[in-house]
Design a protein around this ligand. Structure first.
Ligand SMILES: Cc1ncc(COP(=O)(O)O)c(C=O)c1O
Length: 400
């Protein structure tokens, strides 16, 4: 079969591939602890589900305008305005089928052949692939391990070239859980402006932070407009409201660019499913209920972060990890556990899945195959059992 060159570089999402395999093994009766998936283990809060059901019963089942129901865009803009401390133009909001589509809209509209885009690394696996589909060139840029891989102006300055058109940044980060501070982001945004580089910032985990360092979106910084360059803010309901299957994301940017996104998706998906938009209107509009459910889930993620980091230190004391301040992943380094047969994290993870039934994602998916990502969006008991099995695996393979 011959396919077009459009998909010459296309490959399926690495994280979805691992979690699909884990689900298949579990369906075959294997005792699998699946810590590979990037989704909250909670059900969508009832107040959101009820609103969607009521909407469907009330006939909210038809097309909407491509960028979304105006009331939803206005509500999202109101929430962003509160965070920014200034009035944002609601026509800059475009509702998408998940944050993934918002990212695709941004990359495909802004970047193309000959354009280089810096990607904060380790990166969420999809960024380089979506950039490649857009025929731009992704250029991973790693921060210092000791600084949880966060980028600084010096690191960016060393990576920038005449072809650089964009920077993709993700806070809190998947896979490291790092959260950028206001000062760090202010410096990065000023740098991007000085270099005329678009910043695409993904804040899908913005409501999931474990310490006092509240997450700040680079595009919502409280700085004079002239110090803020061009940006596209990416967010959505998947992680904040346990709504992964509803496919509800959005972008916020200059309204002129938002019109391009809207035109693009009018040719592809028309609009995000209407019941999902009705659900999101409740999620973003019912602030009291939403705050309570975010707090409940946040409390569980924080407790598990503490559990996973404490038990890692006890059970695998020689394995370094990035201390997660947000999101729900532990990113740890396994090259100290390699032996003659295991020379990369991909092999380490597949042997761990085969021998101990623990599914994790190898760092190849995030730009460095000496590392592994474990999701701690799972019951405490599952996390505990997985860590015990990992320690057992490390012991068994160290003597091979
Ligand atoms: C950093 C990051 N951005 C975006 C997404 C995709 O979110 P959505 O479900 O809204 O497409 C994910 C999902 O894992 C993610 O980890």
């Amino acid at each position: 079969m011959r396919f077009s060159t459009n998909i010459a570089e296309l490959k399926p999402s690495a994280t979805i591939a691992v979690s699909t395999l884990a689900k298949k093994l579990a369906a075959e009766g294997r005792d699998i602890l699946n810590l590979s998936a990037g989704e909250p283990d909670f059900d969508t809060p009832a107040f959101i589900v009820e609103a969607a059901v009521e909407g469907i019963r009330g006939g909210q089942t038809r097309y909407t305008p491509p960028p979304g129901i105006p009331a939803l865009r206005q509500t999202i803009a109101a929430r962003l305005s509160e965070r920014a401390g200034r009035e944002l133009d609601w026509t800059g909001v475009v509702v998408t089928a998940g944050a993934k589509q918002a990212l695709f809209n941004a990359f495909f509209t802004l970047f193309g052949p000959g354009d280089e885009v810096l990607v904060a690394a380790p990166y969420w696996t999809t960024y380089p692939d979506l950039l490649t589909i857009s025929r731009a060139t992704p250029k991973p840029v790693f921060g210092e391990e000791a600084d949880d891989f966060k980028l600084t102006v010096d690191i960016l300055e060393a990576a920038v070239t005449d072809a650089t058109r964009g920077l993709v940044i993700n806070t809190p980060s998947n896979p490291t859980g790092a959260v950028y501070s206001v000062e760090e982001l202010t410096a990065i945004m000023a740098w991007a402006k000085s270099r005329d580089v678009w910043v695409v910032s993904d804040e899908i985990y913005g409501n999931i932070y474990h310490d006092d360092d509240r997450v700040v979106a680079p595009g919502l910084l409280d700085v004079p407009a002239e110090n803020l360059g061009d940006f596209v803010l990416i967010d959505g309901a998947s992680k904040s409201y346990a709504m992964t299957g509803w496919r509800l994301g959005f972008s916020y940017c200059d309204p002129e660019l938002a019109k391009k996104f809207s035109a693009l998706q009018s040719q592809i998906t028309s609009n995000t499913t209407t019941p999902s938009q009705v659900a999101a209107l409740e999620a973003y509009g019912n602030v009291e209920a939403a705050t309570a459910s975010i707090a409940t889930m946040g409390e569980a993620f924080r407790r598990r972060r503490d559990l996973v980091t404490e038990r890692m230190k006890e059970l695998l004391p020689d394995v370094p990890f990035s201390y997660p301040r947000g999101a729900f992943y532990l990113y740890f380094r396994v090259d100290g556990l390699f032996n003659e047969q295991i020379q990369d994290a991909t092999t380490w993870c597949s042997r761990l899945l085969e021998e101990q039934g623990v599914a994790l994602v190898p760092g190849a998916a995030f730009g460095d195959d000496r590392w592994v990502r474990m999701s701690y969006a799972a019951a405490d008991e599952v996390i505990e059992r997985a860590l015990v099995r990992m320690a057992e695996f490390a012991r068994a393979t160290s003597t091979v």
